[in-house]
Design a protein around this ligand. Structure first.
Ligand code: ZN
Length: 134
């Protein structure tokens, strides 16, 4: 299976996990992973360690995309609208955007708990997605 983006998520025995980085000096957590300088403006750290991010979080905001995004996105033909959620991850508190499976925009609410899963994009590569907690 081809990953849509190498190095941003991984498939393990217990499912898909996002790969972030944590600054060894101040503990700031990043996604997408940064491998050089800490993004915290008050920190001079340059040692970012890879961490597996929490697989659950709560909806911070959401929307749907009723028109196909522009290239290089490859849309299904005919286009199927997608639901998108920005989810604040448990423990680390950063917000990660992703497509939502099994829920329409009318079924989402701010604060709803979602968990990470994966699914194929229209042109085949696998990407992380959100779904209701199973
Ligand atoms: Zn730092």
């Amino acid at each position: 299976m081809t990953m849509a983006i190498e190095g941003w998520f991984a498939l393990g025995e217990d499912g898909v996990a996002l790969l972030g980085t944590r600054c060894a000096a101040c503990g700031t957590v990043c996604f997408p992973p940064r491998r050089d300088l800490c993004p915290n403006p008050r920190c001079d750290g340059d040692s970012m360690e890879e961490v597996t991010l929490p697989r659950r979080g709560r909806v911070w905001s959401y929307t749907n995309a009723c028109y196909p995004p522009p290239a290089p996105f490859v849309a299904a033909d005919p286009y199927v609208p997608v639901t998108l959620a920005a989810v604040e991850l448990d423990e680390v508190g950063i917000v990660v955007l992703g497509q939502v499976r099994d829920l329409t925009v009318n079924e989402l609410e701010v604060g709803m708990e979602l968990e990470l899963t994966s699914g194929p994009l229209a042109d085949g590569p696998l990407v992380w997605m959100w779904r209701p907690v199973q």
